[in-house]
Design a protein around this ligand. Sequence first.
Ligand code: AMP
Length: 378
Amino acid sequence: MAILPGATLGILGGGQLGRMFAMAAKRMGYRVVVLDPSEDSPCGQIADYVLQASYTDEKALGELAALSDVLTYEFENVDAAAVEFLESLGKPVHPSSRVLRITQDRILEKTFARNRGIPVTAFAPVGTVSELESAMLKVGFPAYLKTSRGGYDGKGQVRIENAEEGRKAFAEFSGRDLILERRVPFEKEMSIVASRADGGAFVAYPPSENIHVRNILDISIYPARVAETTLDAARKIARAVAEGLGIVGTFCVELFVLADGSLLLNEIAPRPHNSGHATIDACLCSQFEQQVRAVCGLPLGSTELLRCAAMINLVGTGEGDRLLGLEELLRHPDVALHLYGKMRAPRGRKMGHFTVLADAADAAERRARELQKILQWV
Ligand code: AMP
């Protein structure tokens, strides 16, 4: 049975993804309750009810479940045990704890993909010194040694060129579960945001092209400028992931595009994704509204791109908390600005984004790059 407007949606995690989910939910007439450890979280500023507590606080999780008709989470580093606990209380949680367990662990995630016939780079789990040695022989160089769990925006990963660097990096990670991955000589990075409903209905947005700076997403361009066959392959991978995991909700698959146009799966995010933010302004139904619809059992919305788009992340530099150039940015009629209500802008923190709409992807990217230059943290 569908969970209709007026009901309360519970969310674990109060960052910007939770905030934009809450905004979509509220626009559709739902109430929102968020659990987050921090005071004044981006989602807490929007939600109807805020529980400030740790993700492992069972009393707070119980309150969250009691207040909610359905629950979701906004990032994959929440404790899977917390989601299992919510499920044990009998409240629906989407995506399920099983999906979370697989997608928050790079080894389980890549093993899942490989077993479903989805291509991934060569990889091997590394728990001990002898596993490291055999992994380096199997995977080869250059490679990345990454923590299997808990990494994001390039945190918890080291690029290694040879066995000596591998041993050094292994010693520095001391005691954590690791994965060694062969570096992919990609031409482009691309991602596809899609949603699956409980009954199996599936929709996917057009894939976007993503460029990272210092491992943090800098710009996403819609649609990706790749061959039609590559776009089709991305849709097939997204569908295989959705069906293989039995996911309910919005998710994202990050992909590497090789020189011949073929794809390798990099990561699965079981939630709306930074590279999908342009869907707020460029589509009738954003990735966040799609998430609301999927978790509530409503029909999924349109994923049609109404205009081409480029989204630029506004990332803190540590030089100050005030963004200079906003007024000049807002003079441009094709720009939509989104700020996340964060008061401090340390280096690397995602503070907001803006989206530029245009009639072609090239023009959107060009304009976005011009406008990016006028903004500065002071
Ligand atoms: P991840 O957190 O695994 O998505 O890594 C962050 C970024 O690091 C990716 O978006 C890539 O730009 C780069 N990266 C990570 N793993 C690889 C790999 N195996 N080959 C090439 N680039 C990678």
